[in-house]
Design a protein around this ligand. Structure first.
Ligand code: SF4
Length: 92
């Protein structure tokens, strides 16, 4: 890691595991968009989850193209959108 500080903190809500059909490397894992390993909103293979599910591993793939700060802000942005979708889903 660089001297930049990571601010994103995963709250383990499982929302990002509900729309994986749009992620090329995870397409084989979904049923109607939801990862088949998501059980009670938790990853049932957490310690063995794919690299694409790991914040640090994904950053390693793009660290030559994006700063940690920008990556962190992007993750927080999309996480917030997922939280908003969750609120809509719960209130339907
Ligand atoms: S493998 Fe685990 S972390 Fe990755 S999308 Fe599925 S439930 Fe989520």
């Amino acid at each position: 890691m660089t001297s930049e500080t990571k601010r994103f903190h995963c709250v383990s809500c499982g929302e990002c595991c509900r729309y994986i059909d749009i992620i090329e490397g995870l397409k084989d894992l979904h049923i109607n968009g939801v990862c088949k390993f998501l059980v009670d909103d938790k990853c049932s293979i957490y310690d063995k989850r794919p690299s694409l599910c790991r914040y640090d591993a994904v950053y390693e793939m793009f660290k030559d193209k994006i700063s940690l700060k920008a990556y962190d802000e992007m993750v927080m942005h999309y996480c917030q959108q997922l939280q908003d979708l969750k609120k809509e889903r719960i209130h339907q």
